[in-house]
Design a protein around this ligand. Structure first.
Ligand code: F6P
Length: 324
């Protein structure tokens, strides 16, 4: 995305500064002049070259005013904010007070209402599929039940897509409740029919475990990855083993799926979004978010970016038909 926006800036003769560490960089004036040359070779690199943080300016005294003042002092005419609902929520608040800002949706969770898909999602799905499939191999070969927990704090998009693609025998997501006895039934059925183990995918957001977790980030989200309690995978593995007597193992994929190299779809999509964000800035159209609708890149009100999108019923029904 940044690479594409910088190429566009180069073509039209704009100067660009990179904001280091997300909103923290604008609060503390941690800025760096950047050019297309700096980013030319990063198309296949995961993560962000500019660093990120969970700093919430709306929790800081005069946070939004400081951002506006720093932008004015640094002669920043327009801002492109790239991130998930938290980042875009701050961007919308800034836009509401007249700051020239354009949002770009980016989260592996794919839980942003304004866009069909957010870039990062399919790359994370690919990695989660590959890792889950590897675990499934052990499950089949050793006759074990392999439980794999996949990120997605509030939504089950990654778990559902990776689970379907990896041929999971059962998938648990936060949007649709699953009776744990149904999990046991599927595991037993596979053991009887195929003398084989099972691959069970559980989304992080189901929150079967994590009982004792209270620590929160600046946006008020519980830090699941730092949870003291039991993970969903550990909880479910224990439950299954107790009821089936089968050797059951738990794996939490956690951040492994987030740092992966972007897939082709995400590379092309983020390039399109970067160019479109710059086109909008030059057209003077602010307070919007670039978004994907079908195969088209469109712009929608920035306020759409902070609304949540949950796994749709048709994908869930499709997945459920495969739980046998
Ligand atoms: O919001 C994206 C996400 O990857 C969630 O799926 C996950 O719960 C969270 O980030 C993890 O955040 P952190 O890196 O702060 O532990």
């Amino acid at each position: 995305m940044t690479r594409a926006a910088l190429r566009c800036a180069q073509l039209v003769g704009d100067d660009a500064v990179g904001i280091i560490g997300g909103w923290a960089g604008l609060l503390e004036k941690d800025l760096r002049p950047i050019t297309f040359e700096d980013f030319e070779d990063v198309i296949g690199t995961g993560g962000t070259m500019l660093s990120t943080s969970r700093t919430n300016p709306m929790k800081e005294p005069d946070g939004l005013d400081r951002i506006r003042a720093n932008m004015a002092a640094e002669h920043i005419d327009a801002l492109i904010a790239v991130g998930g609902d938290d980042t875009l929520g701050v961007a919308a608040a800034l836009a509401a007070t007249g700051t020239k800002v354009i949002g770009v949706p980016k989260t592996i969770d794919n839980d942003l209402a304004g866009t069909d898909y957010s870039f990062g999602f399919f790359s994370a799905v690919d990695e989660a599929m590959r890792l889950s499939e590897s675990l499934g191999t052990t499950g089949r070969s050793h006759g074990r039940v392999m439980v794999v927990e996949i990120m997605g704090r509030d939504a089950g998009w990654i778990a559902a897509y990776a689970g379907i693609a990896a041929g999971a025998n059962m998938i648990l997501v936060p949007e649709f409740e699953t009776d744990l006895e149904d999990v046991v039934r599927v595991v037993k059925s596979r053991a009887e029919r195929h003398k084989s183990g099972s691959l069970i995918v559980v989304a992080e957001g189901v929150k079967l475990g994590y009982g004792g977790t209270t620590e929160k980030d600046a946006f008020g989200h519980v830090l699941l990855a730092k949870a003291q309690g039991e993970s969903n995978a550990a909880f479910l593995a224990r439950y299954i083993e107790e009821r089936t007597g089968m050797d059951t193992r738990a794996t939490v994929l956690g951040h492994t799926i987030r740092g992966t190299a972007p897939d082709a779809y995400d590379r092309v999509m983020s390039t399109k979004l970067g160019f479109r964000a710059m086109e909008l800035a030059h057209a003077g159209k602010f307070g919007v978010m670039v978004a994907l609708r079908g195969t088209e890149v469109v712009d929608v009100p920035l306020s759409e970016g902070s609304k949540k999108k949950y796994l749709d019923k048709s994908t869930w029904d499709l997945a459920r038909h495969l739980f046998v």
